[in-house]
Design a protein around this ligand. Structure first.
Ligand code: HEC
Length: 103
């Protein structure tokens, strides 16, 4: 009996990667990030493109920014602080930050 488990895993990874951009923008909408952030325009918070330009794909930035998304932050972009997002798990925050930095 051949073992198909690895094939299933590989297929799953492919599916996950191809749909992750869409999934992340859905997540940003469902977590209400879009109430204060727009991809290209500054609103209450900075444009996600501006965040991506500032931090690039720096691995340490992913960690710092994920923490700031959950705990809130301020003084990095202006006078308005970002409130903590208790409804966002650290994993979700990381997914969102990776997606933001890829814009
Ligand atoms: C109530 C408005 C508001 C909401 C909701 C909000 N943000 Fe923000 N966000 C801000 C503001 C304001 C800043 C700028 C804070 C600063 O100057 O340091 C910011 C900054 C950021 C930054 C950059 C942080 C830094 O230190 O440079 C990221 C990344 C970010 N937000 C992601 C998110 C994500 C992801 C969500 C949804 C889970 C979200 N924000 C929801 C207002 C908001």
């Amino acid at each position: 009996m051949p073992d198909f488990r690895h094939c299933a895993t590989a297929l799953f990874v492919v599916l996950l990667t191809s749909s992750s951009a869409v999934a992340s923008s859905e997540l940003a909408r469902s977590k209400n990030c879009v109430a204060c952030h727009h991809a290209e325009r500054k609103m209450i918070g900075p444009a996600f493109k501006a965040v991506a330009e500032r931090y690039g794909k720096d691995e340490t930035a992913i960690k710092t920014l994920s923490e700031r998304v959950v705990k809130g932050g301020g003084g990095h972009w202006g006078q308005t602080p970002m409130p903590p997002q208790p409804g966002v798990s650290p994993e979700e925050a990381e997914t969102l930050v990776k997606w933001i930095l890829a814009q």
